[in-house]
Design a protein around this ligand. Structure first.
Ligand code: 6CS
Length: 337
């Protein structure tokens, strides 16, 4: 830590030189600097550095191991900030799996934006829950609609029989793809490309921008829009670290998070469109399938059992979150229709 001198002007008009600790804060994420988590992190860093003497060092995907490794380091206080998605956090915080329950989240980009920006569930109900796990929740944001990439086209659960789908490690994702008729396998991000190349898995789900950036459409070229969810992620601070900050630094962090959140909510929509556009332009083998409403209805029916499993695990609090999410979505839809 380096010490710097700042001048404080007291109400009396007397100027007073005080020493302020300038810290370097470490921030780990699951993506690269130009991916949605990176866009948020860079904006957060810019805001912190513009408005204080502190600096933020960003550790992109892989720099500190897999998502689970980075979380261990965040909980141990070795890093101060972490972006980890419910697709991984759900293994530790069951209520976070609310973002994974299929056919709850909206698909219309404007409704999605309002749901994340203004919704009571997103903005009020998770803070206390993450706190119980040693994390100060700063932001939750979407990265685009989940798209399933497979080797062969599917339109029904029967088509998915025996199809090995890689999921992130939250258990509810295994329940989801089992309900959808497939054979899911959970694994860390770092294993996925190899697993697709060696046919250990036949497909996976991710938003278009990520599929394009990491060439997943080259490895499993049928992209299916099932309409079952948004890829969601969350940014947190180690709670002890956050509590040790001065009131001024807490405000600095919250303000930087608010600016970065607004920024990514605007950018994510554009990035989702861009991802699909590039795939269409550059991959002649890619086949884009949008399930019809009738086809989706079959998957939706199966999703009700997944929602019940979520509630059985996350209890009354989980049930209240889902109920509130549905209310928030109805309100967002009313606003935009
Ligand atoms: O599928 C995954 O594991 C990765 N997907 C995204 C969109 N971000 C990071 C995560 O590790």
């Amino acid at each position: 830590m380096k010490k710097v001198l700042q001048t404080l002007t007291l109400m009396t008009g007397i100027s007073l030189a005080v020493s302020v600790q300038a810290a370097e804060w470490r921030y780990a994420m699951e993506e690269g600097l130009t991916d949605p988590q990176g866009i948020y992190a860079v904006k957060f860093k810019e805001e912190i550095e513009k408005n204080s003497n502190h600096t933020v060092k960003i550790y992109p995907v892989g720099a500190l191991g897999e998502s689970a490794d980075a979380m261990e380091q965040a909980l141990a206080g070795l890093i101060q900030f972490i972006d980890q998605s419910p697709g991984f956090t759900g293994a530790m915080i069951p209520e976070a799996e609310a973002f994974l329950v299929p056919y709850v989240q909206p698909t219309d980009p404007q409704v999605v934006r309002t749901f994340f920006k203004e919704g009571k569930a997103v903005n009020e109900m998770f803070h206390e829950i993450y706190r119980e796990h040693g994390l100060e929740l700063l932001s939750i944001f979407p990265e685009g609609e989940q798209v399933v990439t497979t080797m062969k086209e599917f339109r029904t659960p029967a088509d998915l029989e025996g199809v090995k789908i890689r999921t992130m490690t939250s258990p509810l994702l295994l329940e989801t793809y089992t309900a959808f008729g497939a054979s899911p396998i959970a694994m860390a991000w770092g294993e996925l490309i190899g697993a697709l190349k060696t046919n250990m898995v036949d497909g996976q789900e991710n938003p278009a921008i990520w599929i394009e950036a990491y060439g997943l459409d080259e490895l499993a070229p049928v992209l299916t829009y099932t309409g079952h969810g948004q890829y969601t992620t969350a940014v947190m601070a180690n709670a002890d670290f956050y509590d040790s900050l001065s009131a001024e630094d807490k405000k600095l962090v919250q303000d930087a998070a608010a600016v970065a959140h607004d920024h990514i909510l605007n950018e994510a929509v554009k990035m989702d469109e861009t991802g699909l556009k590039i795939i269409k332009e550059t991959n002649p083998n890619a086949k884009i399938v949008r399930l019809t409403e009738a086809e989706r209805a079959v998957f939706k029916k199966r999703a009700t059992a997944v929602e019940e499993k979520f509630i059985a695990k996350a209890g009354k609090r989980g049930a209240a979150i889902i109920e509130q999410m549905k209310k928030d979505i109805a309100e967002a839809e009313a606003k935009h229709n």
